[in-house]
Design a protein around this ligand. Structure first.
Ligand code: NAD
Ligand code: GLY
Length: 359
């Protein structure tokens, strides 16, 4: 079993990664949880594939399992779903030392985490992520929360889990498009932090895409190591944690102008990473050859690299100005200086952004 630690003083925790480890969940939970009850939050899709293994493993270790399914989809990541989960927790007799466990993708993880952070002023939380995006990104680092009708992730908290358990075998049931979308975030880690990992991905992307166990486990563990290092250095995003937003300035804008229908998040981030890299070339930080390497790897992963021709730069710029990450009207970008290293640049001139978006 690979173990990656997120070092946060008294709130430090391990991420366990191993094929077939879902069966070991109860045993591991026994080491971290003192309460008897666990509220397992999941959705009908994930419950159908993996709920049985989780329930059996927890019950086998002596836990009383209360189950709560939330409907599948980003549109249910809201306060009304949270309210329903408080009801379930109360009906199940969940007390202060008992735990909330998220079994699912980022939506389930963010919602369940917010419930854990707020129910009875906070109960122990466990993440068992089942999408690649959740395994390499959303389950690590403690950002939990829900959407508001006026914006994504507007209501939330920083609330770290007691442990994260990643079983890469759970990805065998994930639609291939979701696997590719998760790989956009994996490639992101190579660009922002680790040139050797980026090169490794160039060599091994086919094995990862086909979910070859050793390659997949290495890609997940390395991504978690990088995210853990960033989060340990800046838990509350007061500075460098923002480098994790590489590709997200344009990515979020693209999702917004297409009504969150046309692109899944990772696809929009892929387009955003190439746009940011082109911007970096324009501003003299990066060589065109490095943008070429990024675009080639994204293309081999089956991810888009360009803004569709029917979306005009002006619409994207408008959406960027509406984004909660824009500080006092100044456009902020995470820009690569080389593959493996980025810098945060505030006040990027609009005409440069427009030109980079035009390609
Ligand atoms: P998701 O949770 O909607 O899951 C995608 C789809 O895959 C869903 O239909 C889900 O039911 C299905 N699914 C999940 N696991 C499966 C499995 N093993 N087999 C088959 N189907 C499966 O989407 P996501 O991409 O995992 O997460 C996106 C969410 O994560 C967004 O709400 C985003 O804001 C959030 N997020 C949070 C953070 C953070 O730091 N907290 C970081 C990035 C993204
Ligand atoms: N996904 C960005 C972060 O965790 O900070």
């Amino acid at each position: 079993m690979t173990e990656v630690r997120v070092e946060l003083g008294p709130r430090s925790y391990p991420i366990y990664i191993a094929s077939g480890s879902l069966k070991e969940l109860g045993k591991i939970a026994g080491r971290y949880l003192t309460g008897k009850r666990v509220l397992v939050v999941t959705n009908p899709v994930v419950a159908g594939f993996h709920g049985g293994t989780v329930k059996q493993s927890l019950a086998g270790a002596g836990f009383t399992v209360c189950e709560a399914e939330i409907p599948d989809g980003e549109e249910f990541k809201n306060l009304s779903t949270v309210a329903g989960l408080y009801d379930k927790a109360l009906e199940g007799g969940l007390e202060r030392g008992d735990a909330v466990l998220a079994l699912g993708g980022g939506v389930v993880g963010d919602v369940a985490g917010f419930v854990a952070a707020t129910y009875m002023r906070g109960v122990p939380f466990v993440q068992v992520p089942t999408t690649l995006l959740a395994q390499v990104d959303s389950s690590v680092g403690g950002k939990v929360g829900v959407n508001h009708p006026r914006g994504k992730n507007i209501i939330g908290a920083f609330y770290q889990p007691k442990f994260v358990l990643i079983d890469p075998d759970t990805l065998s049931t994930l639609p291939p498009r979701e696997v590719r979308a998760g790989l956009a975030e994996v490639i992101k880690y190579g660009v922002i932090w680790d040139a050797a990992f980026f090169s490794w991905l160039e060599t091994n992307i086919i094995q990862v895409l086909s979910l070859e166990p050793a390659a997949l486990e290495y890609a997940i563990a390395t991504s978690c190591r990088i995210k853990a290092a960033v989060v340990s250095a800046d838990e509350k995003e007061e500075g460098m944690r923002a480098i994790l937003n590489f590709g997200h300035t344009v990515g979020h804008a693209l999702e917004a102008v297409t009504g969150y229908q046309r692109f899944v998040h990772g696809e929009a981030v892929a387009v955003g990473m190439v746009a940011a890299a082109r911007l970096a070339v324009r501003l003299g930080y990066l060589t065109p050859a490095e943008v070429g390497r990024m675009a080639a790897l994204l293309s081999r992963t089956g991810l888009p690299q360009a803004v569709p021709p029917n979306i005009i730069p002006e619409a994207l710029l408008e959406a960027m100005h509406r984004d909660k990450k824009v500080a006092r009207g100044r456009l902020t970008f995470v820009l690569p200086e080389a593959i493996g290293r980025v810098r945060i640049v505030q006040g990027v001139p609009e005409e440069e952004v427009r030109a980079a978006l035009e390609g």
